[in-house]
Design a protein around this ligand. Sequence first.
Ligand SMILES: Cc1ncc(COP(=O)(O)O)c(C=O)c1O
Length: 390
Amino acid sequence: MAQQDSSGVNGRLIHLNTAGAGLMPDAVRAAMEECIAREAATGCYETEEALDDLLQDEVYARLAAAIGAPVGDVALFDSATRAWCAVVPKLPLGPADRVWVTPYEYAGNLISLFSLRDRTGCRIEVVPTVPGGDLDLDWMARHVSDDVALVSVTHIPSGCGIVNPVEEIGRILAPYRCFYAVDACQSIGQVPVDVSRIGCHLLTGAGRKFLRGPRGTGFAYAAPELRAALITDFHDLHVARVDSAGGYRVTDGSARGLELAERTTAAVAGFHAALGLFASGTPFDHQEVFRALRETVEKTPGVELIAPGTRQSGIVSFRHPDVPAEEIRRRLRLRGINVWKIVGHHTPLYMAERGVDTAVRASVHYYNTLEEIDAFGAALREIAGLGSPA
Ligand SMILES: Cc1ncc(COP(=O)(O)O)c(C=O)c1O
């Protein structure tokens, strides 16, 4: 059994790992517990029937409102990767097509793009950065043309907290034929995300991070023109019907056609509750805590901050030349503080190419206080000063 401690602040655990998964609010837990209790008492299908409005309409309406999308263009999945894989591998690309990614692309997205390249012959190109790590928008504006078929931008990468300028990129790409995909896994719930302002055709995300929903929830916005272009080989029975031996017809042309019918009702109910809390006012004005976290790490002697770019989020990564990331994490955990050890190959084009194999990631959300950051700073200074195992 893993060692546990909850000294933190006043005996409370300090959770600095929302980039992994946020702490679930009571309302989310209650919605899930209620759903599971109901399933056990009355049956799963019967529970689904009783929650029909929530599961078929309300959760989609809340998701659509959260990201500024038409309700017919959003779909639910059990992870952000599942959402991505429901769309990207089906793009009708060929050898003449170029695909742009950035150095901040998530490794899972890259794997599906490499498979797409191997199947279709399309070319993958990496958008350069300017010194300091910002994406080179001038390069994008000068080099974009109609043979760029897809541009994929991770809004905030999981390994380092740069906030990429997805709206500006949308304006650069707007006159061209390319589809524009944004990975909002780490940004949704942390900074404003609005697909109509971004101008993207695909946006994917997870429920468990800064939205504070349950694990096993993810979503996509997929614009109608993107959905129409996909090479689709399957529709599940919630959106399609077989009337004869001759074939099937699609009965629902919305983005729900990308989903599979079977899902965990409790997860969807929990996600619905999380979206409700988000709508009732997730504060985006926690810049003070963002800054405090970054400054704390920056000022800790011996610690190297890994933070490219001019615009930063609440995710900060760092490493120490003598104390391995896993050891820092363990020692902070013993002091009641959750951080995470990240691996460079999850954000390989930026981290692995800069020789970052592992690092410590601390991430804050609106429930973290300046007092907690102070406690984290004191613990980190102590650990960084020790140098050898505690
Ligand atoms: C930037 C980014 N994209 C995609 C994902 C994949 O999300 P999921 O684990 O829900 O598939 C993650 C996971 O941490 C991520 O940080």
